[in-house]
Each structure stands twice: as structure tokens, then as C-alpha cells.
Design a binder for this molecule. Structure first.
Ligand code: GDP
Ligand code: MG
Length: 175
């Protein structure tokens, strides 16, 4: 990433979902290609950035992480303000984290822009033996709600890049 490069667009993206589903790790994987084994629950860091090129345009993705505010309705509307995209993350090994996805969609519909692009993410895909959410359930929900969907592993890195790039490309199509 060249900091002197001209930035054509800044896209704000928010990462939401229940606590411990891997939001911070997905973000670190995309922004720094890192997985942190002794990560504490998020304190302080508000956002990370990564610059990508789409159709010859330089796009700075400014990706916001909840600061341990994942409790229902604790994320403030300021967090969503100006967001063009959302990564809505659940853990494929924790059924309740998927059951709560509908609430997070309601939160987005209430606080974010109508045109926000939403990518539903089933994270921890490396833990297939512990799977509690069949992909078909997520596919059905995503189709019903007009969301994009991908399973990822922040641990192995599988699909993280692809999912973020897809989200950014879909945002780009709308601007
Ligand atoms: P957050 O609360 O949603 O930000 O979740 P974190 O990113 O802090 O991750 C919560 C826990 O899940 C940590 O112990 C991570 O190491 C672990 N974790 C996150 N992503 C993955 C993943 O893809 N696979 C596995 N096996 N563990 C993960
Ligand atoms: Mg976190």
C-alpha cells in the first residue's frame, strides 16, 4: 500500500454480529493478513484500512470494528452513519449467533442507509466438525433478505479476501 497514491474513494464498512464470532480477526486478516492467537476482546481500535483497486479506481476501505459493544442495541447509530457496506458475522459453530442475525439486520435497517450492501459471513469455517449452522440455512436467509453470503475462516484466511472484495465491488457498482 502506497500512502502517496491518490485515493479516488473512501468506503466506510462496518463489521457487526455477536461477540466472539471473529469480527476482529476477520478484519485483521483482511487489513494486515494477520491472525492473532491471544486476541483480547476489542478495546480501543476503531477502524482499520486497506486500499484496493477496483476498475482502475483506488479505493480506501475504512472498516469499523465494534469496541466490545455487541450487546443488542448497544451499538450506537454513529457507528452506522455513512456506512456503505456491512459485514454481518456469525460463527458456524454457534447456532445462537446465527439466530441473532435477523436482529442485526433490523439494526442495520433502522440505523444505516437504505442502500447499504450487506455481506452475511459464516466464520470459523475451519471448524467443520463443530458445525451447527448448515450453509443452506444461511443461503435461504440471505436470499430472503437480499444479502450476499460467504463462509470464511479468519484462522486459515479462506474466503476472507474474496468476501471483502465482493462487498467493495458491490458498493462500487452503486456509486
Ligand atoms: P469478536 O468478538 O467477534 O471480535 O471475535 P474475535 O475476533 O475476538 O474472535 C473470538 C475468538 O474466536 C478468538 O479466540 C479467535 O481466536 C477465535 N476465532 C476468530 N476467527 C476464527 C476462525 O476463523 N477460526 C477459529 N478456529 N477461531 C477463530
Ligand atoms: Mg472484536
Amino acid at each position: 500500500e502506497n500512502e502517496h497514491e491518490k485515493i479516488d474513494y473512501v468506503f466506510k464498512v462496518v463489521v457487526i454480529g455477536d461477540s466472539a464470532v471473529g469480527k476482529t480477526q476477520i478484519l485483521s486478516r483482511f487489513a494486515k493478513n494477520e491472525f492473532c492467537f491471544d486476541s483480547k476482546s476489542t478495546i480501543g481500535v476503531e477502524f482499520q484500512t486497506r486500499t484496493v483497486t477496483i476498475n482502475g479506481k483506488v479505493i480506501k476501505a475504512q472498516i469499523w470494528d465494534t469496541a466490545g459493544q455487541e450487546r443488542y442495541r448497544a451499538v450506537t447509530s454513529a457507528y452506522y452513519r455513512g456506512a456503505l457496506g456491512a459485514m454481518l458475522v456469525y460463527d458456524i459453530t454457534k447456532r445462537p449467533s446465527f439466530d441473532h442475525v435477523a436482529r442485526w439486520v433490523e439494526e442495520l435497517r433502522a440505523h444505516a442507509d437504505n442502500s447499504i450492501v450487506i455481506m452475511l459471513i459464516g466464520n470459523k469455517a475451519d471448524l467443520v466438525d463443530l458445525r451447527a449452522v448448515p450453509p443452506a440455512d444461511a443461503v435461504e436467509f440471505a436470499e430472503d433478505q437480499g444479502l450476499f453470503f460467504s463462509e470464511t475462516s479468519a484462522f486459515s484466511g479462506e474466503n476472507v479476501e474474496t468476501a471483502f472484495l465482493k462487498l467493495l465491488e458491490e458498493i462500487y457498482k452503486l456509486i
